[in-house]
Design a protein around this ligand. Structure first.
Ligand SMILES: [Zn+2]
Length: 320
């Protein structure tokens, strides 16, 4: 399958908007089924982790060129693997097995209610050495922009607590791993300032798999590799709740190895990370989609209904 084209308005909506209203139901995908992957030794030609990047966010850090005019200052051909919306029974285990087979570490941005439903999978992510970040509790279809500021903060905090309770058995006033990604990349200045004041890093992405679109694992693999050829690495967004992603991940990791890409594992740290500024002429792709196509332009005032900014839940507007 060829890379989807950007020229179609409908296509753009489908490419971008589908994940958060579909993935909100990921928590229904099944009961816990956490078979241990075992601790097989790494093959000598495993992809592995080339370096660990300790990332502090005191005062705020926003990264990912799809949304922000800066990103992590990765070297050429360095990739940060990230997976959103999990855990989900079945697919997350396959993703973890694929990562373990190549001795690769990733970052999972969890939906709190999924973590609450499947805590054993979260604990396995921790045990396998991955970073566990946060992606709200309920992943509302209208995104954080469709909630009042108070409701948005409550959903984010509830997500932190649910994720940490699942991961560590208890939660504190602040998340153990201060990494956060907005559903639909739909941030607000108020929420960004609030997260920054707490030293919580906000992750966008530099490229994505478009795995909310149905496609064969081979097509998804080809798409990711073609995008990596263009970006020469970066923060890659995938979804561990997607069967096609779980199916293609072993081949992707092999291909990354063969093509000379290196994996960077991000973990909490004390110092702000080195950043790379966007090239001249940059604009936010996600902001364009959120504001011009989906109408998620402004934050609802406290007490307003949890609807999309154009008056209807975003999921209704973006459904085929
Ligand atoms: Zn999501």
């Amino acid at each position: 399958m060829k890379k989807p084209r950007n020229s179609s308005r409908r296509r753009a909506i489908a490419r971008f908007a589908a994940p958060w209203f579909l993935s909100a139901f990921g928590f229904l995908s099944g009961l816990p089924n956490v078979a241990s992957a075992g601790a097989a030794p790494c093959p000598t030609d495993a992809l592995g982790v080339s370096r660990v990047l300790r990332l502090g966010a005191r005062g705020g850090v926003d990264v990912g060129l799809k949304t922000y005019p800066q990103t992590l200052a990765l070297a050429d051909h360095e990739v940060v693997l990230t997976f959103d919306d999990g855990p989900a029974s079945g697919t997350t285990q396959k993703v973890l097995a694929a990562l373990a087979a190549e001795c690769v570490k990733a970052t999972f941005f969890l939906i709190g209610r999924n973590a609450q439903a499947l805590p054993a999978l979260v604990r396995r992510e921790i045990a396998d050495g991955h970073s566990v970040g946060h992606h709200t509790f309920s992943h509302p279809a209208a995104t954080m922009r469709g909630l009042s500021e108070t409701a948005a903060k409550m959903d984010i905090d509830k997500g932190f607590a649910a994720d940490d309770k699942a991961a560590y058995g208890a939660s504190g006033s602040e998340p153990r791993t201060p990494f956060f990604r907005y559903p639909g990349f739909a941030d607000t200045p108020q929420l960004n300032a609030w997260l920054a004041s707490r030293g919580i890093a906000v992750f966008g992405a530099d490229l994505w798999a478009s795995d909310w679109l149905p496609m064969t694992p081979q097509a998804e693999l080809d798409l990711i590799l073609s995008r990596l050829d263009q970006t020469r690495g970066g923060i890659l967004l995938m979804h561990d709740i997607k069967a096609q992603t779980a199916a293609m991940l072993p081949d992707l990791l092999r291909a990354l190895k063969q093509r000379g890409f290196h994996i960077v594992h991000i973990v909490p740290g004390d110092e702000p990370p080195p950043l790379r500024q966007a090239p001249p002429g940059w604009s936010s792709e996600t902001e364009k989609i959120n504001t011009e196509i989906l109408g998620r332009r402004t934050h609802k005032r406290d007490g307003a209904a949890a609807k999309g900014a154009m008056g209807a839940p975003a999921s209704q507007k973006t459904a085929p």
